[in-house]
Write a protein that binds this ligand. Structure first.
Ligand SMILES: Nc1ncnc2c1ncn2[C@@H]1O[C@H](COP(=O)(O)OP(=O)(O)O)[C@@H](O)[C@H]1O
Ligand SMILES: [Mg+2]
Length: 143
């Protein structure tokens, strides 16, 4: 990881998510680590806005995987949000059919708590780390 950005507040995080989305064309995988409350879900909310998704993206606590259709994009047809926090093993995620999402060309896959499923995350995944920073609402993000 080389690039670091300070996010002053939630708005900065959302805006960064939006601009990340605009650089995507499909087949991206983001592996986003960081402590509870650091802003991983907020970042994917920004990405969803950037993709024009109307539904509110929340933590997929009960579902582990949530798929959001993308209607108005040339190459991305869905956002796949994975929250591995509650998983005990990678096999659990495999049994939910995650490989299909890793193989597709027309989606953007966003993974929270990737360290829980290290062994099955494709090499091409882009690693991102979010952490708390000096002030209450400040975060530091590394790419
Ligand atoms: N700069 C910031 N970026 C992201 N979230 C922030 C920021 N400052 C404060 N927050 C707050 O921190 C919380 C982050 O929650 P969330 O995105 O669900 O974290 P995580 O998914 O990492 O557990 C939200 O309540 C949000 O309003
Ligand atoms: Mg979260």
């Amino acid at each position: 990881m080389e690039k670091k950005i300070i996010l002053k507040d939630l708005k900065d995080t959302i805006e960064l998510g939006k601009s990340l989305a605009l650089k995507c064309s499909g087949k991206e995988i983001f592996a986003v680590s960081g402590p509870l409350g650091s802003g991983k879900t907020s970042l994917v909310q920004g990405i969803s806005l950037g993709l024009g998704i109307k539904a509110k993206v929340n933590s997929p606590t009960f579902n582990i995987i949530k798929v959001y259709p993308v209607d108005n994009h040339n190459t991305i047809k869905e956002l796949v949000h994975i929250d591995a926090y509650r998983l005990k093993s990678s096999e659990e995620l495999l049994s939910l059919g995650v490989e299909e999402f890793f193989l597709a060309n027309d989606n953007l896959v966003y993974i929270e708590w990737p360290e829980k499923i290290k062994d099955i995350i494709p090499r091409r995944a882009k690693n991102i780390k979010i952490d708390y920073y000096k002030k209450n609402t400040e975060r530091i993000i590394s790419f």
